[in-house]
Design a protein around this ligand. Structure first.
Ligand SMILES: C[S@@+](CC[C@H](N)C(=O)[O-])C[C@H]1O[C@@H](n2cnc3c(N)ncnc32)[C@H](O)[C@@H]1O
Length: 200
């Protein structure tokens, strides 16, 4: 099983069917809230089954979707193909290796629902920094540090365990340690926040 591999980030399994759609009914508005604009070269890091990759591909110039799990990438690939989108590349690999997996400079790196499980967050931030063009943005979407029993969706507690959740301040400390600048912290209702950073 993919989640048993040592590279797999803790508590980042793709959710069981049904509630992701209820939690994220409008993924395009989340992307706009964290600053995605048309015309950019984008990476969807830890893209899963492509819930956000699809709207990214509709907005951006190109998107590279990266995930450790080939089966999820296949689902994402089919989703985009079904809508006739051809501006996406799918790359199997470990997010720490992003600078090698995506050697061309990118304008926007999006990482949703995965940063909490990265064991060495400053290491990942450094790799993202290397992949960004100067002035490029890194947008992280994280679960708030609310107790898990309070973050219910379709009647049940959802998301990573309470202990894994990061405050905005912890996220900012981890990412700015490599020289990235904080641009904004935004609220994403009901249970998430976005932290947006820029490579100077
Ligand atoms: C909770 S899912 C979120 C997927 C997507 N970002 C979303 O919000 O819909 C986290 C994803 O991270 C992937 N993942 C876990 N460890 C990884 C690693 N070391 N490198 C790349 N992807 C990884 C998992 O396979 C899973 O698809």
């Amino acid at each position: 099983m993919i989640s048993e591999r040592p590279e797999f980030f803790t508590g980042t399994e793709m959710p069981t069917a049904g509630w992701w759609e209820a939690l994220w009914p409008d993924p395009a508005s989340v992307l706009s809230t964290v600053g995605l604009k048309p015309g950019l070269e984008v990476v969807d890091l830890c893209c899963g089954d492509g819930w956000f990759t699809l709207p990214i591909a509709k907005i951006a110039s190109h998107v590279v979707a990266v995930d450790l799990d080939p089966a999820l990438l296949e689902v994402a690939k089919n989703k985009l193909a079904a809508e006739g989108l051809t501006n996406c590349k799918f790359v199997i690999g470990d997010a720490y290796e992003i600078a090698k997996l995506v050697p061309e400079p990118m304008n926007f790196i999006y990482m949703a629902n995965a940063f909490h499980g990265v064991p060495d967050q400053p290491r990942l931030a450094r790799a993202v920094y290397e992949t960004l063009a100067p002035g490029g943005l890194f947008a992280i979407v994280n679960w708030h540090q609310y107790p898990r029993e309070e973050t219910t969706v379709t009647g049940e507690p959802r998301g990573p365990s309470t202990e894994l959740r990061l405050s905005p301040e912890e996220t900012v400390d981890a990412v700015t340690s490599c020289g990235m600048m904080l641009v904004d912290i935004v609220e994403i209702q009901p249970y998430h926040y976005g932290a947006v950073f820029k490579r100077p």
